[in-house]
Write a protein of this length. Structure first.
Lengths: 302, 298
């Protein structure tokens, strides 16, 4: 038996060999940078200058920094509002698409477009739609007689926050809708027939059949949605760059501004690392959501 | 829930409410088609706006009279400027090159990894599978600062290789996770038969598993290509020379000159940059959807 034959029959050796390309790449460009990021957060590294260990100084500074606090508030507000809307609108859209309708394939295909095109490019379109002087939304509202002055979408803090949230919802709804639609299609029609015979109304069917059976997939989809919304960067960077007066800065855009534009790598890394606890909370939420599924389908609690 | 059932739902399961024949056409229109049309208009309007702006002459763009939804004298001037007086074609080429190479590389690495985790079941494969899933959840926006330091130390800063080597950090976890699901759906018996007949693991992988997993490979490939095409934050951070920028970054950073926004060329750039992914997507909608739904399933 040659060495090659032996290798072919040893699952452990072959497994390690097969894992090698993926592992090397992920360790070098994912695990190591993750650790490096934690370390950088405890140093005063600048671009082009190695830093020294300064303990929690970055975090202490950031905790007292008004802009960082504002960015944290913005991120939480942005994530919460956008996720609620994405969930409600996405579920509604999924329920509509799950009905017996004409051109179903067409609708389903076209609705995903906002999700698949580059976000940076669709964000430019939103930037133009929100333009202070030529906004098409303002134009329509003026023509309808609802307002008499053009809205300054991106110049006022709250207007700007709500505008970028609207753009984020626009981008995120298709993802939620299509994945929930896939979940809806796994629900057997016999449940609906049985509940209809028992005299359940449409609302009762939704409340007591659809929603409980859909809960596990909702948990997963919303975890992903929260994860990507919380760490969003592109939309803000393109539409407002964090302005006006830092009113739309998210943690991700602020860390970019401090670390790459400002050169304070250590401080920027600390902002990134400060996002991790929130992300872990989201992942835990998903984990328990998945456990609930096993329990609901008569499986063992893990 | 296997991915194939997600991609092609059975016709009876599609009609979830078995009593829809009780709806009057008018009621159906108000409760279903009307909201659906509103959704469609809102979701597609930015694309329409991109397209119509990209063919509007500057005079019409900046005039306050007339109907902004339509164009009276369409022009290709913005496209002309974009294609012949900016580095746009180079950005397009960079994006194609980086996306294709990163996708091919990630797909190859993922096939081996997924097969090893799902079928070789080597010692510790379950833990490796879980860590792949966790790697998939690491967002680029918390990774880009230390990654920039790594890229710099390796001397890759401001080269295409910086992107080709870092994109797999989100492509490999995604593709591996997706392919694991596909490999799981291939019956074990096929491999057992092949093993008894004396096939090696390599032969099993190339002659039995891969041909059966072609839909999965297409899903993973399409999805990985789109993810690389749309990537923004790494390309923004690791590249500074105009001629090797990717398309989204080039449009955002180079086409905006000072306070004067050239909306025509900007919209033309956004439109042209979106078309390739939309085009590929239109051919592979089913694969894309099954990739999307497969990526969030357990």
């Amino acid at each position: 038996m040659t060495f090659l034959d032996k290798l072919q029959n040893n699952r452990n050796a072959l497994g390690v060999l097969f894992m090698l390309p993926a592992t090397v790449l992920l360790v070098l460009f994912l695990t190591y940078p993750l650790g490096l990021g934690v370390w950088l957060g405890f140093t005063d590294t600048k671009v082009g200058r190695d830093g020294v260990w300064i303990g929690l100084e970055n975090y202490e500074y950031l905790w007292g920094d008004a802009v960082t606090r504002l960015a944290l508030f913005n991120t939480l507000f942005y994530t919460f509002v956008a996720s609620v809307f994405k969930f409600v609108l996405g579920l509604w859209l999924a329920l509509l698409l799950n009905r017996n309708i004409r051109f179903k394939t067409f609708f389903r295909a076209v609705i995903l477009l906002p999700y698949i095109v580059p976000t940076a490019l669709s964000a430019i379109a939103f930037w133009w739609i929100y333009d202070a002087q030529f906004s098409i939304i303002s134009w329509m509202l003026v023509k309808m007689g609802l307002i008499d002055r053009y809205i300054d979408f991106l110049g006022e803090p709250w207007n700007a926050r709500l505008s970028v949230i609207a753009a984020n919802i626009w981008r995120g709804v298709p993802f939620v809708a299509i994945t929930l639609l896939a979940g809806l299609q796994t629900i057997s029609p016999s449940y609906y027939e049985a509940s209809a015979i028992d005299g359940a109304t449409r609302w009762q069917q939704f409340r007591f059949v659809t929603l409980p059976l859909l809960t596990p997939i909702i948990a997963v989809v919303m975890t992903f949605s929260v994860l990507f919304t919380f760490t969003d960067f592109q939309l803000i960077y393109v539409i407002t760059r964090g302005g006006p007066l830092n009113a739309t800065h998210l943690m991700a855009t602020l860390s970019f501004q401090r670390a790459i534009s400002g050169g304070a790598l250590g401080e920027g890394a600390a902002i990134s690392i400060a996002m991790v606890p929130f992300l872990l909370a989201a992942i835990m939420f998903s984990y328990f959501g998945l456990q609930r599924r096993a329990w609901q389908q008569g499986g063992q609690d893990k | 829930m296997s991915s194939s059932t997600v991609a092609t739902p059975s016709p009876q399961a599609g009609d979830s409410v078995g009593m829809s024949y009780l709806d009057t056409p008018a009621r159906k229109f108000v409760t279903i088609y009307l909201p659906l049309i509103v959704f469609l208009i809102v979701l597609l309007f930015p694309f329409y706006w991109m397209a119509i702006t990209s063919v509007k002459p500057d005079g019409e763009l900046l005039s306050r009279t007339g109907n902004p939804f339509w164009v009276i004298a369409p022009t290709l001037a913005h496209f002309d400027k974009l294609l012949f007086r900016t580095a746009y074609p180079e950005w397009m080429w960079n994006t194609v090159f980086v996306s294709v190479v990163a996708t091919a590389f990630s797909l190859a690495a993922s096939v081996f990894a997924a097969y090893a985790i799902e079928r070789l079941r080597f010692r510790g494969s379950k833990h490796v599978g879980l860590s792949i899933f966790l790697a998939y959840l690491v967002p680029p926006s918390i990774l880009f600062i230390p990654l920039a330091a790594v890229v710099f130390k390796l001397g890759l800063f401001d080269t295409r290789w910086a992107l080709i080597l870092t994109y797999p950090t989100f492509l490999i976890p995604f593709c591996t996770w997706l392919l694991m699901g596909y490999f799981r759906s291939i019956p074990f018996e096929l491999e057992e038969c092949a093993l008894i007949d004396g096939a090696t693991r390599w032969q099993i992988l190339t002659k039995i598993v891969l041909p059966l997993a072609v839909p999965g490979l297409i899903s993973a490939g399409i999805f990985a290509f789109t993810l690389s095409w749309n990537e923004f934050i790494y390309a923004l951070t690791f590249i500074s020379s105009s001629e090797i920028k990717t398309l989204p970054v080039g449009v955002v950073t180079e086409l905006v000159e000072g306070d004067v926004y050239h909306w025509g060329p900007l919209m033309a750039g956004a439109l042209l940059g979106s078309l390739p992914v939309a085009f590929i997507y239109s051919f592979f909608v089913e694969y894309y959807v099954s990739g999307l739904t497969g990526s969030v399933k357990e």
